[in-house]
Ligand binder design. Structure first.
Ligand code: ZN
Length: 107
């Protein structure tokens, strides 16, 4: 809507401004509700199959494991905390084997 303030009466300009602020606030509230709804739909859901993820304790760390496909998912920095630096392949393989199979092949 095109509204010229030059020819408007003061009350029309006031209500136009109030309406614009209310529309903006309503739009922002709708966006927040949509973000919240999207977050609820995806929180603790497996990105591969969509089933629930369950917190699973692994050593001192808690990782997310799918209740259906048993995929394991890591938050930021959890992978390197578990497996160490990329050049320590033996540590990586041992830890991965322990995570997937349940025992350490070196012990
Ligand atoms: Zn899954």
């Amino acid at each position: 809507m095109d509204f010229s303030f030059a020819n408007a009466r003061p009350e029309k300009a006031y209500f136009y401004k109030v309406n614009q602020e209310l529309i903006k606030a309503l739009h922002e509230k709708e966006l927040q509700q949509l973000d919240h709804h999207i977050q609820e739909l995806h929180y603790m859901k497996c990105p591969k199959c969509g089933h629930d993820l369950r917190h699973t304790k692994f050593g001192e760390m808690v990782v997310d494991r799918c209740t259906s496909c048993e995929g394991v998912f890591f938050d930021k920095d959890e992978f390197s905390q578990l497996f160490g630096e990329p050049d320590s392949h033996e540590s990586f393989i041992n830890t991965l084997h322990t995570l997937l199979v349940g025992d350490n092949p070196k012990t």
